[in-house]
Design a protein. Structure first.
Lengths: 336, 298
């Protein structure tokens, strides 16, 4: 692709979220615009884990924030329960209406320390969602619910609940964040680089907890990371992003065994333990990431792509099906 | 395994009591000396009517211009009034003006700054403009104007000084709010469905209050001195007397020559009080700044 198109969207009533033609632009100075996310589309099936992968600055986090309307995207739609009678267009909701839907989608952030208010106690932090919606959940025993989710994420409520965040390690803070998100029984949990700030040994624990919680509470996960191996382990389906565009979408196994987009191949080849399906020489990638204020014409990856031709500069590739559940936006997909 | 983490965590934790004693030690003896003086002077001022001291307005308690001695600890002024009693009574007006004005400044300035820093955009531009105008306007001229027009009562003097405190406090509050509003716990709270009002009160206020608390002490020191300045222009409280007014009375050339203690004792009281407020406020501010950084890096 880095290209546009919606061929990767699935026709099914099992979808819980659909993002269509999402565009997010931020003003930067006079007459300049940061094209953080440019026309991306994907969907998530209920109970599925969708991985979004790409290097820093490719718009992963912006996409996550746009799904929860923080801030609202420049254009495009975000649909909950698409194609069903209960379909809700999040992008069309404002104020109180939007607020009422918020408990259904929760989020975990990258920085575990900045995610928790240093002046509040863990019990209050985890109970925050329930106290916001106290009138909507009159029967919920807040204490018991807080104890339950804390226990679920592996913290002892008796010890932890009365403490403040600075008394915990990064990994424990991330557990508290997960507990806070789960207290409202969400349907979708967006994890924005949830383990990037943690030690490798702790990363595995947090990922295991997320997987356990997914089973236990029937969650749908959107897992964002720049770490290919992490995404590969947790995801059923993967979206590869580059400079605000989608490069490749597909079933996790297919995508990692037959990477079709040159950028996906670069990512796989430059991993610490390169995948056998690519050659290490493919990791060579020229130049820095181009500026999102002035993205390249045509395919946005062409300035760093080994296969680039005149066509790539003049015409933007469109998402095309290359396998059963495998879509790629490239004029010259497949192995070199 | 779950249990194991609970245990592991427990070992790393200090209890709240231990935490308290760490605070006491780290603030240092200077802070506690300053705090002791502040507590002493506030208590003495509050209890003045019930203390076994002379009536501060009664003339002829001793001779005129009597030097400090056993019967009148701080001497007497040119009307034979007891300077010790007057210094304690004078603290009442000075401290009340100082405290009330900074309270008003923090309430109004703090709120404006938080609204400005949280909502940004147009609201921020309007409030920031008003704050800049207030900062650019010469404070003394504004004080002369208000007190001159509205009268020299205690509430008006305190309000005037409070208005002067609004702008700098609003700036601090705005800057602190801006820094915290970017944090992810604010985003997390919105995702949970919190309203703007709830985020400001539950998430931001507890964090903004910390630097504000330290500022209360520093601000009180400034307003006490400012009240002294107003007194010098004859614009302080008409009824009763403050340290500022006492200093003015004692600084007439003849009084200063014959009985320097008439001016020196209120000056000394004001000096030690302002020094204590400044030092304690500064220590608190330093302590919490360091603590904030510590939290960020841990």
């Amino acid at each position: 692709m880095a290209g546009s198109g919606t061929a990767q969207l699935r026709e099914s009533d099992k979808m819980v979220l659909r993002v269509e033609n999402l565009v997010m632009e931020f003003p930067a100075g006079i007459h300049q615009v940061v094209h953080a996310v440019s026309d991306i589309s994907f969907d998530v099936q209920r109970g599925e884990t969708l991985g979004i992968v790409g290097e820093s600055g490719c718009g992963k986090s912006t996409t996550a924030r746009a799904i929860v309307q923080l801030p609202k995207p420049t254009s495009g739609t975000v649909l909950l329960d698409p194609g069903t009678d209960a379909e809700i267009e999040l992008t069309a909701k404002e104020g109180e209406e939007l607020r009422a839907i918020r408990p259904r989608i929760q989020m975990i952030f990258q920085d575990p320390i900045s995610s928790l208010n240093p002046r509040r106690r863990v019990r209050d932090i985890v109970a925050e969602g329930l106290s916001i919606w106290r009138e909507e959940y009159p029967d919920v025993d807040v204490e018991a619910q807080v104890d339950e989710v804390l226990t679920a994420v592996g913290l002892d409520p008796e010890v932890a609940a009365s403490r403040r965040p600075h008394q915990f390690s990064g990994g424990q803070c991330q557990r508290i964040s997960i507990a806070r998100a789960l207290a409202l029984n969400p349907e979708i949990l967006i994890c924005d680089e949830p383990v990037s700030a943690l030690d490798v040994s702790v990363q595995a624990q947090i990922i295991n907890i997320l997987e356990e919680m997914k089973e236990r509470y029937g969650l749908t996960l959107i897992f964002i990371s720049h770490d290919l191996s992490v995404v590969r382990n947790v995801s059923d389906r993967v979206v590869v992003m580059y400079l605000g565009k989608v490069c490749e979408v597909g079933d996790s196994n297919t995508l990692f065994s037959e990477p079709a987009h040159p950028y996906t191949r670069v990512l796989l080849a430059s991993a610490p333990e390169p995948s056998a399906v690519v050659d290490e020489s493919e990791s060579a990638i020229g130049d820095e990431l181009p500026s999102p204020m002035d993205p390249p014409s045509g395919c946005r990856f062409r300035t760093r792509c080994p296969r680039t031709t005149g066509l790539c500069a003049s015409e933007e590739p469109v998402m095309a099906k290359v396998g059963l559940d495998h879509f790629v936006a490239c004029h010259f997909p497949g192995s070199p | 395994m779950d249990d194991l983490f609970g245990m592991e965590a427990a070992r790393g934790w200090e209890s709240d009591e231990q935490f308290g004693s760490i605070v006491i030690r780290r603030l240092g003896p200077g802070f506690w000396l300053a705090a002791a003086w502040i507590v002493f002077i506030v208590t003495a001022a509050a209890l003045a009517p019930w203390l076994p001291i002379a009536d501060p307005n009664e003339t002829g308690v001793g001779g005129r211009m009597e030097a400090p001695g056993w019967s009148n600890w701080f001497g007497t002024d040119n009307n034979g009034r007891d300077m010790f009693a007057r210094t304690i009574w004078g603290a009442r007006v000075s401290l009340v003006v100082g405290f009330m004005s900074i309270l008003l400044g923090i309430f109004v300035g703090g709120t404006l700054g938080m609204i400005s820093g949280y909502f940004r955009g147009m609201v921020d531009r309007v409030i920031s403009f008003v704050v800049f105008v207030l900062l650019a306007y010469p404070g003394l001229v504004l004080a002369l104007l208000i007190v001159g027009l509205a009268g020299q009562t205690l509430p008006i003097v305190a309000t005037t000084l409070g208005i002067l405190a609004i702008a700098p406090i609003a700036r601090l509050s705005r800057a602190t709010t801006l820094a915290y509003a970017e944090r992810e716990f604010v985003a997390a709270s919105r995702v949970l469905g919190a309203t703007d009002q709830r985020i400001m009160v539950h998430e931001l206020l507890p964090n903004v209050l910390i630097p504000m608390g330290a500022l209360t002490l520093l601000g009180m020191a400034i307003t006490i001195v400012a009240e002294g300045g107003l007194a010098f222009l004859g614009l302080s409280v008409e009824e009763g007397f403050s340290w500022g007014k006492m200093i003015v009375l004692g600084s007439a050339p003849r009084t200063l020559r014959e009985g320097p203690w008439v001016a020196m004792f209120p000056i000394g009281a004001m000096f030690v009080t302002v020094l204590s407020l400044n030092y304690a406020g500064d220590r608190l501010r330093e302590y919490f700044d360091v603590r904030e950084i510590g939290i960020g890096q841990s």
